[in-house]
Ligand binder design. Structure first.
Ligand SMILES: C[S@@+](CC[C@H](N)C(=O)[O-])C[C@H]1O[C@@H](n2cnc3c(N)ncnc32)[C@H](O)[C@@H]1O
Length: 303
């Protein structure tokens, strides 16, 4: 893969590839995993070339970028040239928000950008957010899978809830609103923590959603509030595998983990890592190429 860098003034990094129509889905999906938002634009109608462009989530580094592109190249069979540009934040955010439609997710949620004022839908909880430079506008299959999984396990009424890698705070807010319970939302990226806190205020959920900065399970606030009845972790497959031991250790007996950020083809690997820790698969949900796993810690698990 060739990489070209164009530098403009300022602070957000846009990554883009121009690919054939047949490869758009694979690149949109993979780039979407490490970006806050992704857009696709037709650049040559006759030749059927499209530009897939996203603003990289600051929480993801070079390793994550390289693996996302490798996955896209593998699934599409097209090895694209990556362009990287630094973009001025405010203008980009204003342009991006305008392109977000309100979208239903699962049976119980309606997600809208804060520039919209969609009429409430009976039976659906409206989540209003600005993802800003954080991941989690509700468009990506991994986020959607987690919200659908939440609906499926809501009847268990989990009491202690963690959203590890909260991005925009969308899952924490969804859980707090649906389950009417407090949720701890953490992220390694300071912007995400700030955006989550702002979104919680926007949705009148700031008394239920607590946002904290921290890296994985070593975050003091996470350790302090453990064990959990419900944990969301929508991060990539590799970090999920590395965290499997900590997840199992910090789940209460009977507790549920909703894991996402993995491709359907990575499910076996992620599942093996968690089965080794005694967790049991309840369901594998699919949203396009992306898989969401609902895992449970049995009540009779020996320490
Ligand atoms: C794919 S986004 C998910 C955002 C949101 N939960 C959703 O479902 O849309 C993953 C988030 O995890 C964060 N993250 C990645 N590694 C992390 C780690 N080790 N500890 C905490 N957060 C992490 C990233 O900064 C990013 O905000």
């Amino acid at each position: 893969m060739t990489v070209t860098r164009r530098r403009h003034a300022t602070d957000l990094e846009t990554i883009a590839v121009t690919v054939r129509e047949a490869s758009v889905e694979a690149y949109e999906s993979a780039i979407g995993m490490i970006c806050t938002t992704v857009g696709i634009f037709e650049v040559d109608e006759a030749e059927r070339f499209w530009r897939v462009e996203g603003v990289k989530d600051v929480g993801y580094g070079e390793d994550a970028l390289a693996s996302a592109l490798a996955i896209a190249a593998l699934t599409s069979g097209e090895d694209a040239t990556l362009e990287r540009t630094l973009t001025e934040t405010e203008g980009w955010l204003a342009r991006t928000y305008e392109s977000f439609p309100a979208q239903p997710v699962g049976e119980r949620f309606l997600v809208q950008g804060s520039h919209l004022d969609t009429a409430p839908e009976a039976g659906r909880i409206t989540i209003t957010l600005d993802a800003g430079v954080a991941f989690g506008s509700g468009e990506h299959g991994s986020t959607r899978g987690c919200l659908r999984a939440l609906e499926l396990i809501a009847h268990r009424k989990p009491r202690r809830i963690l959203d590890l890698g909260c991005g925009s705070g969308i899952l924490a807010m969804g859980a707090a609103a649906l389950l009417k319970r407090p949720v701890l939302a953490t992220d390694i990226d300071p912007w995400s923590v700030r955006v989550s806190a702002e979104n919680a205020v926007r949705n009148q959920l700031s008394r239920r959603v607590t946002c904290r900065l921290g890296n994985g399970w070593s975050t003091p606030a996470i350790r302090h509030a453990a064990p959990y009845d419900l944990v969301f972790a929508n991060i990539l497959a590799r970090p999920l595998c590395l965290m499997a031991h900590s997840l199992a250790a910090n789940l209460a007996p009977g507790g549920t983990a909703i894991l996402a950020g993995l491709l359907n083809k990575q499910v076996r690997m992620v599942l093996a890592a968690h089965r080794r820790q005694g967790l049991v698969l309840e369901k594998h949900l699919r949203e396009g190429d992306w898989g969401t796993l609902i895992l449970r810690k049995p009540y009779d698990r020996k320490p």
